[in-house]
Design a protein around this ligand. Structure first.
Ligand code: PLP
Length: 383
């Protein structure tokens, strides 16, 4: 099997498995209990908090553990919008945010908030001057650091600078960026930042929301004083410990791994171009994550290509959603104004720790063969 779907999830690192196993077996108490066993569990949670804080250059007391990216995006967007409500009931999110941010914005809209969408250029980039058009009463803007589909890195520091000049707070979904590129919450200027463990070698269902000191925030989950009153609920101790170990490892390996993946990705794109000369790489002119390629293969539908590659043991993601036989372009590619016939023929390849030269060569050759086969079978009819 060749796994080129690391933006969907990554294999759990062996060190993480070991730490979580030790924790499940040896730390049975509730970290809120005052007795010695409780305090051992508490110490493990606090060690992980420091590890997570170090990955994103935050202070440990700014880290709030969550059940992952979706919860972090909800707690961040809704918790900040509620706390900022006395100043206005408008928030803005970029058009290419993950479904989790769009979902959180829908929750706000249900209770009367207005949600504006920042446009994106054809290269997948949110232009910072889009902020200038936001109406008065906007309190918060959410822009991701790296897009999960195209890998395009957003000009977050400039967006935050403009937002702060207008008195707006900034939420950054850094779920796809953490572990792949440097993430420094201070340099980015984000007031709230979200990460998720399973995107960098940690367990699924464990993540963190960073709430900077002084950033207004109201808890979504209430009823108890966990996480400094910012997230009620007994901590997922094993998940948090696994997240911490993964964060430490990701921080240590990130610079060398990013260089290695970038070389591999460039080689992969070159081979793909040779195999399918008319392919279109989305976001090709923008700065991108070192591990991600999103490309369209004109005349070959995403779902057909995905199945052909899966049959050869190659796992990738379709760049378009498929429901009951019809194929729908992804909202991200639509926002980038990719023509429909190209958008329904997109695949996302996302490389990771185990990816090698041999694998990129094999996948590029398999993609070439799959594109030829699908075009021959469907007459290159695309959608
Ligand atoms: N945000 C982004 C950019 C993502 O890519 C994902 C997952 O794909 C999420 C949020 C949701 O994270 P989780 O799967 O931990 O809920």
């Amino acid at each position: 099997m060749i796994y080129f779907d690391h933006n969907a999830s990554t294999p759990v690192l062996p060190e993480v498995v070991e730490a979580m196993r030790d924790c499940l077996a040896g730390l049975p108490a509730n970290p809120s209990s005052a007795h010695r066993e409780g305090q051992r569990a508490r110490a493990a949670v606090e060690r992980a908090r420091a590890q997570v804080a170090a990955l994103v250059h935050a202070r440990p007391d700014e880290v709030v553990f969550t059940s992952g990216g979706t919860e972090g995006d909800h707690a961040g967007l809704i918790g900040a919008a509620w706390a900022l409500e006395p100043r206005g009931r408008r928030v803005a999110i970029s058009a290419i945010e993950h479904h989790a941010v769009h979902g959180a914005a829908e929750v706000l809209a249900r209770s009367g908030f207005e949600v504006a969408h920042l446009p994106v250029g054809t290269d997948g980039w949110v232009p910072p001057d889009a902020l200038d058009a936001l109406p008065a009463g906007t309190t918060l803007v959410a822009v991701m650091l790296a897009n999960n589909e195209t890998g395009v890195l957003q000009p977050l520091a400039e967006i935050a600078r403009r937002a702060h000049a207008r008195g707006l707070r900034v939420l950054c979904d850094a779920v796809q960026a953490a572990g792949k590129v440097p993430v420094d919450v201070e340099l980015l200027g984000a007031d709230y930042l979200v990460i998720s463990g399973h995107k960098f070698g940690g367990p699924k269902g464990a993540g963190a929301l960073v709430v900077r000191r002084g950033a207004p925030f109201e808890a979504l989950f209430r009823g108890s004083a966990h996480e400094g009153g910012r997230r009620g609920g007994t901590e997922n101790v094993a998940g948090i410990v696994g997240l911490g170990v993964a964060a430490e490892q990701a921080g240590r390996d990130q610079p060398a791994e990013a260089r290695r993946l970038l070389r591999l990705r460039e080689r992969f794109e070159g081979l793909l171009h040779a195999a399918v000369p008319d392919l279109v790489v989305h976001g090709a002119r923008a700065p991108r994550l070192p591990n991600t390629v999103n490309a369209s293969f004109p005349g070959a539908r995403s779902d057909h290509l995905l199945m052909a590659l899966d049959a050869r043991g190659i796992e990738v993601s379709a760049g378009a959603a498929c429901a009951s036989g019809a194929v729908e372009p992804s909202p991200v590619l639509r926002a980038m104004q990719v023509p429909r016939e190209l958008a329904v023929a997109a695949l996302r390849f996302s490389l990771g720790r185990a990816s090698s030269e041999a694998e990129v060569a094999e996948v590029a050759a398999a993609v070439g063969a799959a594109v030829r086969a699908v075009r021959a079978a469907t007459g290159g009819a695309g959608a």
